[in-house]
Design a protein around this ligand. Structure first.
Ligand SMILES: Cc1cc2nc3c(=O)[nH]c(=O)nc-3n(C[C@H](O)[C@H](O)[C@H](O)COP(=O)(O)OP(=O)(O)OC[C@H]3O[C@@H](n4cnc5c(N)ncnc54)[C@H](O)[C@@H]3O)c2cc1C
Length: 482
């Protein structure tokens, strides 16, 4: 690597040598299906349509007329909030069902954020539903509040199950509040979170057996059954069936385990017919290594090398038990996987020029992208931010790749800036974020930018590229935590 002529002081380096590559030995890979822009609108329209149908059914069922008196008004509001809460609960399930169209359109980090927002909205509406229905019935009953509650639970079909379901959903929601979640191990939180499916299942009978809107209208019955069946079938197909089928079909086994340093491990896996797997550099899978207890937990890792139709490779930092265990994997260990997932791939590209920005372990998908992206000399720039010389990984590979592909590589090393949020290290923080970026990539505004790294650094990097004139739709991001 040559020292860069740019103003970034120590550690800023660039390479540019050699002839364009001929990538030998690669099989013809499965085609990555396009993701049309209208899919986003179609998904949004679907959600709003279901909401519209729910409200329309409530109106047709006399919901508006019932607002005339206090008692019936409360019951009516309770019914509407319960129906919208149910709709949102099912939307929540659909958001996380890994439906290819939805996953490819939004990406899992955005889906997780939306799932969280929809979840809390649905939970709040469920509380309104319980309170309003109970008060509404109590207002029109001679028995008072407590007798009405007991009557509900004991005499209405499915209500006891609904109470149990509600308790579970309350537990899941409380553990998802940020403060509570931060205190739990990820695996414990995730396991608890899966109980939401049980809570949802337990709430169904009361809707079917006592819900006026379910029982009185054929259209309503068909609508709700369709939504429930679509949600259940989606989960079964894309969260269970497809991962199982792909894992069995491709029979992935660990081929090689290599230490990049004492905190980072690379694992190469070999499988059958991998050229049929529609995966691209920059994407990730959920991995399960069948090496003993603990295989039930899946961890997401991006590919750290471009898929070649024969092998898949990941590189992981040892953060907790799951990632540290990778270092002791033995060749021959079977691997189950879910995926590929993620939007950080060639398919989202809209421009010839690409800037890849990575910090820390976020270099893994960028390493794969640098290898795979279709590029002419000088079209791709990789900017790799590392905390220290010791913490830099894959640098030899990056240099060799940048050389072969005639890409530009900048490795910017140094402790993170403490005085302000910045993508630059402390020793370069006197420079403006945009100014420094423009010095390395003068025409940055004409690039598609891919960003992956630690959360704070990614925010600073995103801000810098946006302020440098890159339109938001040309900034592509993969978060390693959500
Ligand atoms: C899309 C994506 C791609 C990733 N790619 C890489 C990569 O290429 N290399 C790499 O070193 N790391 C990557 N990570 C991070 C990696 O998944 C976590 O560091 C790893 O799962 C930690 O597991 P653990 O059991 O060692 O630690 P834990 O202590 O169990 O978890 C530490 C933290 O990791 C995150 N995490 C753990 N399991 C999951 C999960 N199943 N889903 C989402 N987040 C989880 C949580 O934020 C958790 O707080 C990626 C994460 C995501 C979401």
């Amino acid at each position: 690597m040559n020292t860069s002529p740019t103003v970034l002081p120590a550690g800023a380096t660039t390479t540019s040598f050699g002839a364009p590559p001929r990538r030998a030995g690669r099989r013809r890979l499965a085609r990555l299906l396009p993701t049309p822009l209208w899919w986003r609108d179609a998904c949004g329209a679907f959600v709003w349509c279901t909401m519209l149908v729910v409200v329309a059914l409530w109106v047709v069922g006399g919901g508006v007329q019932e607002l005339a008196q206090v008692g019936t008004a409360l019951t009516s509001i309770g019914r509407l909030s319960g129906l919208v809460a149910s709709d949102l609960l099912l939307i929540q399930v659909l958001l996380m069902a890994r439906i290819p169209m939805v996953e490819r359109t939004f990406g899992q980090d955005e889906l997780a954020r939306r799932h969280r927002w929809v979840g809390f909205s649905s939970f709040n509406l469920m509380l309104v539903h319980i309170a309003a229905i109970t008060l509404g019935y109590a207002a029109t009953s001679p028995n008072g509040l407590w007798a009405t509650i007991v009557d509900f639970i004991v005499n209405y079909p499915g209500m006891l199950l609904a109470v149990a379901g509600t308790v579970i959903v309350v537990g899941v929601t409380i553990t998802s509040i940020r403060v509570a979640r931060a205190r739990l191990r990820y695996e414990s939180w995730h396991l608890l979170h899966l109980y939401a499916y049980l809570g949802l299942g337990l709430a169904l009978p009361h809707q079917l057996w006592t819900g006026k809107d379910f029982l009185t209208s054929r259209v309503a019955t068909v609508f709700w059954w369709t939504l429930w069946v679509v949600a259940a079938v989606s989960v079964l197909i894309w969260r269970v069936g497809q991962p199982l089928w792909r894992s069995l079909r491709h029979r992935l086994v660990v081929e090689q385990v290599r230490a990049e340093n004492d905190q980072v491990t690379t694992v190469v896996m070999r499988g059958r017919m991998l050229h049929r797997l529609p995966v691209r550099a920059g994407q990730f899978f959920q991995w399960r290594f069948l090496d003993g207890p603990g295989f039930t937990r899946a961890n997401p890792y991006s590919l750290s090398a471009a898929p070649d139709g024969r092998t898949l490779r990941i590189t992981a930092a040892h953060l907790g038990d799951g990632s540290a265990r990778l270092a002791s994997l033995r060749p021959g260990t079977r691997v189950f996987f879910e995926g590929p997932y993620g939007r950080l791939h060639e398919g989202v590209r809209t421009r010839r020029k690409i800037l890849l920005m990575a910090s820390g372990i976020g270099i893994t998908p960028m390493r794969a992208l640098l290898e795979e992206l279709d590029q002419r000399p000088g079209e791709v720039t990789l900017l790799y931010r590392a905390g220290s010389e010791k913490g830099r990984i894959l640098v030899d590979e990056l240099s060799a790749l940048a050389g072969r592909r005639q890409a530009r590589l900048f490795v910017v090393t140094g402790r993170r800036a403490t005085r302000r949020s910045s993508w630059l290290p402390e020793h370069a923080a006197h420079l403006g974020d945009v100014e420094a970026l423009r010095q390395l990539v003068p025409d940055v505004a004409n690039h598609d930018v891919f960003i992956c790294g630690s959360p704070g650094w990614m925010d600073a990097a995103e801000q810098a590229v946006l302020r440098a004139g890159v339109p938001p739709e040309n900034v592509h991001i993969e978060r390693f935590a959500y």
